[in-house]
Design a protein. Structure first.
Length: 94
């Protein structure tokens, strides 16, 4: 019998606006989290995102934690469209 352990996943929810006006606050909040498992960055509620927000999101996805690299969860249509307009591939969501 194979005994598989499922790692807990912590979630960090992004706010409606991911723009230059609030990226510093979002970054501080993300860095203050102490994930014990893999982190999921929930982008389902993002309605506004600019290039600075895209840069922050990419940086957050590259920030390794004890559980490995975070994953992007449920990117909203606004996030998907912003990445397309910027010509940046949207990080894959497992």
């Amino acid at each position: 019998m194979i005994n598989a352990a499922v790692a807990a996943e912590d979630s960090f929810c992004l706010p409606e606006n991911l723009t230059m006006a609030n990226v510093a606050e979002i970054k501080r909040g993300f860095l203050r989290t102490s994930p014990t498992g893999r982190t999921s960055i929930d982008a389902s509620g993002v309605e506004m995102i600019d290039l600075v927000g895209i840069q922050l999101l990419i940086a957050m996805l590259g920030q390794e934690t004890d559980g490995g690299l975070p994953r992007l969860s449920s990117p909203s249509a606004s996030v998907t469209q912003a990445f397309q307009r910027a010509g940046v591939p949207l990080p894959e969501t497992p």
